[in-house]
Write a protein that binds this ligand. Structure first.
Ligand code: RFL
Ligand code: PHB
Length: 389
């Protein structure tokens, strides 16, 4: 096989890239390790920045998003199960954000890719990337027991946190920045009506978050020790812990029910620099991880794809490679800004096992300042809804 851009990974980053490239007349092949059903079954992000909504609309997949997504003008933060602060994005920034699950984004992307006749190869194993420092890179893999090779001009590494692309960059040519947090998030889905708003809670038992997927599907999270397993968390224990971490006025509105999904995710911040090596470019979780507290992971993946597709367009459409050469530098500016915001939200809202009473007071003072200062709220609001591209 021969193509212009070989894309490794058919998550949101890889599939969106192939779709935008197709619309600009650039040919690609996408190679995915998992099956389509497996990718669609992963329960992940739920919140889109307004910037992401606009990128998805421009890629022609805004119809269902506009019909089924739930616009939120504000988000709430509570602490000590008592104080509640509401940050009104629409008033402070003129932009809302959108609740629309990653599962639906992925379904929309696969449907559009199919309509456009994009070649996505699912179930590819032993994926290896070759010769990206030459003018003729290629990818080898095994599909249905057959060895395949894809020759290409460029490689886009969109293969997530555990992919092969990042490992292709020799260690002496990359710098890695990392922080692991000493807790995880236990998340559940339940077929119950969600609260009408998103609320993040800082409580002495730990962080909690109430979110949604649709009018009859709620998504909730509680901070838990890293060693915990889902077996440690019966539904009853989950609901009673969540209720305790919320102000009573909020808890009284909660509708509980059996969970239909339950999983634990560790929290981590990670960035690799640069995001390019020879003719290979990294996008999304392949290059960076953020803890989910800032709701930034999927949005960053979408922003990377925006920059990368613009760069390929300038190269193939106008013979100008300046944007391709500068891709890493451009993408990393937004990456570091989101990494900082996600780290700050995580530190502000979680209980660290070894934190001192002084550190807790600092968090509460941050929250009190946010309550009093519109300037501080505007700063949080503009980062949450997403800075301009
Ligand atoms: P993905 O989605 O991991 O897709 C990468 C794809 O590459 C495939 N792959 C390979 N393919 C071929 N060969 C190989 N060797 C391969 N290795 C891997 C994988 O099978 C996969 O299909 O990365 P991508 O596209 O960069 O997208 C990133 C997002 O998925 C991620 O950042 C978000 O889900 C993070 N996230 C959130 N982001 C938000 O913007 N808002 C949120 O509200 C939000 N909440 C969350 C989250 C992530 C969570 N978890 C589970 C980590 C909540 C949670 C709990
Ligand atoms: C979600 O709905 O899954 C969600 C919402 C906000 C976050 C993280 C996850 O910060």
């Amino acid at each position: 096989m021969k193509t212009q851009v070989a894309i490794v990974g058919a998550g949101p980053a890889g599939t969106l890239l192939s779709l935008i490239l197709k619309q600009r007349g650039i040919d690609s092949v996408v190679i995915e390790r998992q099956t389509k059903d497996y990718v669609l079954g992963r329960i992940r992000a739920g919140v889109l920045e307004w910037t992401s909504v606009e990128i998805l609309r421009a890629a022609g997949i805004g119809d269902r998003l506009d019909a089924e997504g739930h616009r939120h003008d504000s988000v709430k933060i509570s602490w000590r199960a008592q104080d509640i602060l509401s940050i009104d994005f629409e008033r402070l920034t003129g932009k809302p954000m959108m609740s629309y699950g990653q599962t639906k984004v992925q379904e929309d992307l696969y449907a559009a890719a199919e309509r456009e006749g994009i070649n996505i190869v699912f179930g590819a194993s032993d994926v290896e990337i070759h010769d990206v420092t030459t003018n003729s890179p290629s990818i080898s893999c095994v599909v249905d027991g057959e060895q395949e090779r894809i020759e290409c001009d460029y490689v886009a590494g969109c293969d997530g946190q555990h992919g092969v692309s990042r490992r292709t960059i020799p260690s002496e040519l990359k710098s890695e920045f990392e922080m692991s947090y000493p807790f995880g998030w236990l998340g559940i889905l339940s077929e119950t009506p969600p609260l009408p708003y998103l609320i993040y809670a800082n409580h002495e038992n730990g962080f909690a978050l109430c979110s949604e997927r649709n009018p009859m599907l709620s998504r909730y999270y509680v901070q838990c020790p890293l060693e915990d397993t889902v077996e440690d968390w019966s539904d009853d224990r989950f609901w009673s812990e969540l209720t305790e971490r919320l102000p009573s006025s909020v808890a009284s509105e909660l509708v509980t029910g059996p969970s239909i999904e339950k999983s634990i995710a560790p929290l981590r911040s990670y960035v690799v620099e640069p995001m390019q090596y020879g003719r290979m470019f990294l996008a999304g979780d392949a290059a960076h991880i953020v803890p989910p507290t800032g709701a930034k992971g999927l949005n960053l993946a979408i922003a990377d794809v925006h920059y990368l597709s613009e760069a390929f367009d300038a190269h193939y459409g106008g013979g100008d490679s300046t944007k391709l050469d500068g891709y890493s530098e451009t993408a990393l500016r937004r990456v570091w800004s989101s990494v900082r915001f996600s780290w700050w939200m995580t530190v502000l809202l979680h209980r660290f096992p070894d934190q001192t009473p002084f550190e807790q007071r600092m968090r509460e003072e941050d929250l009190a300042y946010l309550t009093r200062s519109e300037a501080a709220q505007r700063s949080v609001a503009e980062q949450y809804v997403g800075l301009d591209l």
